[in-house]
Ligand binder design. Structure first.
Ligand SMILES: NC(=O)c1ccc[n+]([C@@H]2O[C@H](COP(=O)([O-])OP(=O)(O)OC[C@H]3O[C@@H](n4cnc5c(N)ncnc54)[C@H](O)[C@@H]3O)[C@@H](O)[C@H]2O)c1
Length: 297
């Protein structure tokens, strides 16, 4: 059995993807509402998959949901062989969950850290098993993205890396391995782009629509930076920039004040229905029925 902790934007996708690959999944969150929403989202995403990704295998909704058990009790992961942690990008949450996982899980269990920016070595250090902790930066939406960033921590063993790669392969995922550093490669670059796009928008240089249009039309991106931010979640973008700002002590990562204001106002992007673009009252990241190609956070 595989544990998935955190049933938000990305944890929901991870649970779906692993269940589609045939694994029994226990999905844990502190919020019962988040777990209920996750089940609804997974049902919807499995149904939509044939429309948004006709090249991928189709799955039976009841079979996929039948492999996923949801609970608010982390103790349910006592027999997990592997746990993928996807809780909010806040240090207090990350370290508390890994300490608790270290206490409840068996000594052989491997912990996968799905984080946008925290160094994996820092997370591994709060456990008594740093050799069995590895970072996997999944991309969003997880079931549609074939590549992940894989980040060993200082003490991660090759056996851990191999075991995690084998599980990723069951879900058709290819891992690109990079060294442990805040934001790794993808988010170190992506967060700067998103932040600069927010600055340009806040200075009135162009509308959100035109900023995104430029990136689609000029660079062939499937989504512009502001639509990408909406998909990832503006709170996750803000927290990621805060981590980069603090860890590199470099002002180039200071979050645009507008981003902070929008998060305070509850404008979190797709998951709240409103960000730089309007998504109506739809909860979270239900993909629109057209091919989706996006980045991760
Ligand atoms: N959103 C993305 O596109 C994306 C992509 C790759 C990685 N990530 C990373 O994945 C992690 C989750 O991001 P997200 O966007 O899904 O966030 P989110 O805010 O959508 O969801 C986080 C979930 O964690 C739960 N949670 C918080 N504390 C918890 C605890 N102690 N125990 C159990 N559950 C807890 C919350 O209730 C919430 O449901 C972050 O570290 C983020 O940086 C996000």
């Amino acid at each position: 059995m595989i544990g998935v902790v955190g049933a938000g934007t990305i944890g929901t996708g991870v649970a779906q993807d692993l269940a589609q690959a045939g694994h029994d999944v226990v999905l844990v969150d502190i919020s019962a509402d988040a777990l209920a929403t996750a089940r609804e989202e997974i049902g919807r995403a499995v149904r939509f998959q044939r429309v948004v990704a006709p090249h991928l295998p189709t799955h039976d909704v009841d079979e996929v949901l039948g492999r996923i058990t949801t609970t608010t009790d982390l103790g349910a992961l006592a027999t997990a062989s592997l746990v993928v942690e996807n809780v909010s990008e806040r240090w207090e949450a990350k370290q508390a969950v890994h300490r608790e996982l270290d206490r409840v899980c068996g000594p052989d269990a491997i912990f996968v850290v799905n984080t946008s920016c925290f160094p994996i070595t820092d997370v591994a250090a709060v456990t008594g098993r740093p050799q069995q902790v590895v970072g996997v930066h999944f991309m969003n939406p997880v079931p549609l993205k074939p590549v992940v960033e894989l980040i060993p921590g200082w003490h991660t063993t090759q056996a851990t890396i191999d075991a995690v790669k084998a599980v990723l392969a069951t879900a058709g995922k290819r891992a690109i391995q990079v060294k442990d550093s805040p934001g790794f490669v993808s988010n170190r670059v992506l967060m700067l782009t998103v932040n600069e796009a927010v600055f340009a928008y806040s200075e009135g240089i162009a509308s959100a629509r035109d900023i995104d249009d430029l990136f689609r039309g000029c660079f062939g991106h499937e989504m512009g930076p502001l639509a990408t931010a909406d998909l990832i979640g503006l709170d996750t973008i803000l927290h990621s920039l805060e981590v980069l700002h603090e860890r590199f002590a470099d002002s180039k990562y200071r979050p645009c004040p507008l981003l902070r204001t929008m998060v305070s106002a509850g404008l979190l992007g797709r998951k709240s229905g409103q960000g730089f673009h309007d998504y109506g009252s739809a909860p979270r990241a239900t993909p629109t029925p057209r091919p989706v190609q996006t980045q991760g956070a």
